[in-house]
Design a protein. Structure first.
Length: 279
C-alpha cells in the first residue's frame, strides 16, 4: 500500500506541472506571437517480477509483472507552427510569414545593461526621446534592435513607416526623404534549446556551453544575402498558435488522471487503516 501511495503521489506532482503548462497556454491564447508549450511524459524505473513459472495463463501482455514507480514529465517543448495572421492596416504592425524567425528586442538585464531576447510579437510604437527623436519600441516599452544590435531611433516628424523585402524598415520624412534601417532578424536552428522568459519572449540559455552547443549552432543572424530569406508582412500581426479545443481536451484528460491517482492514494490509505485496525 505504501508503494501504491508513493507511485500515485509521484505521478500527481508531475501532472500538476502539465496542468500549469496547459493553464499557461490558455492564458496566452490571445498573446501575439505566443507559441504553444507541449508537455510529454516518460515512465519512471520499474521492477520486473518474473512469475511465468507459476502463472501459465494465456495473455497478450508481456510475461511477468511490471511494478512501476509512476510517471515523470519528460520534456516541455514549444510548438513553432505558424500562427494565423490578423490584418490591422497599421504602419507599425509587422508579422513574420515564415516560422522560426524572430525580432530582436533589447530588454533590461537588471544590471544597468540590456540583453537580447527574441519574440514574434510585432506590434510596435514610437516612444519620444529628449533630443527630438523617437525610438521604436514594443508594447512593453523595450527597444527594437537593428542589424547592428542598437535601438532604432527616427526623427520625430516621420509621416509613414513600412517594412520592405529583406526586413528593411523605411521611414518617410515630410520632405519625401526615406530613412532605411535593416531590422535585426534571427532564425532559430534549434528552437527547443531556447529558454522561455515570459509571454512571447525567449532567449538563449545561460548554460549553452555546458549543453555542448555554440550560439552559431542554435541561432542564425539573417545578414547579407541571407536577408532575402526574411518573410515579413506590413499591417498585420501573428496571433497565438494555441488551439483552445485541444488545450481544453488535454485539460480534462489531465484532471481525470490526477483524480484517478488521488483516488488511488485514498484507497491505499483506507486499506492501511483496515490493516492497522485488525486486533
Amino acid at each position: 500500500m505504501l508503494r501504491t501511495m508513493i507511485t500515485a503521489t509521484n505521478t500527481m506532482g508531475q501532472l500538476q506541472h502539465k496542468l500549469d503548462t496547459i493553464s499557461n497556454n490558455i492564458a496566452n491564447s490571445n498573446t501575439l506571437g505566443y507559441k504553444t508549450q507541449e508537455a510529454t511524459f516518460n515512465e519512471l524505473l520499474y521492477q520486473q517480477f518474473n512469475n511465468d513459472k507459476q502463472d501459465r495463463a494465456d495473455r497478450q501482455s508481456p510475461l511477468g509483472i511490471r511494478y512501476g514507480a509512476g510517471a515523470m514529465l519528460g520534456q516541455i517543448q514549444s510548438n513553432h507552427k505558424q500562427g494565423s495572421l490578423q490584418t490591422t492596416d497599421r504602419d507599425l504592425d509587422f508579422a513574420f510569414t515564415k516560422p522560426k524567425q524572430y525580432f530582436n528586442i533589447l530588454m533590461p538585464d537588471g544590471e544597468n545593461g540590456t540583453k537580447t531576447v527574441y519574440t514574434r510579437q510585432g506590434d510596435f510604437y514610437l516612444s519620444p526621446l529628449d533630443n527630438g527623436t523617437v525610438m521604436v519600441v514594443n508594447a512593453d516599452g523595450y527597444p527594437l534592435a537593428d542589424s547592428t544590435g542598437q535601438a532604432i531611433t527616427l526623427p520625430s516628424n516621420v509621416k509613414s513607416i513600412a517594412v520592405r523585402n529583406g526586413g528593411v524598415l523605411e521611414a518617410t520624412e515630410p520632405n519625401g526623404d526615406i530613412i532605411r534601417t535593416d531590422l535585426a532578424v534571427t532564425e532559430f536552428q534549434k528552437p527547443q534549446l531556447m529558454e522561455h522568459i515570459s509571454g512571447s519572449y525567449v532567449a538563449l540559455p545561460n548554460n549553452l556551453a555546458q549543453l555542448g552547443y555554440t550560439q552559431a549552432e542554435v541561432v542564425t543572424e539573417l545578414q547579407g544575402a541571407n536577408r532575402q530569406q526574411i518573410g515579413m508582412q506590413n499591417g498585420a500581426l501573428e496571433m497565438s498558435n494555441v488551439n483552445l479545443s485541444k488545450e481544453m481536451t488535454d485539460l480534462i484528460q489531465t484532471q481525470r488522471s490526477y483524480q484517478f491517482n488521488a483516488r488511488a492514494v485514498t484507497l491505499a490509505d483506507q486499506m492501511l487503516g483496515l490493516i492497522n485496525g485488525i486486533r
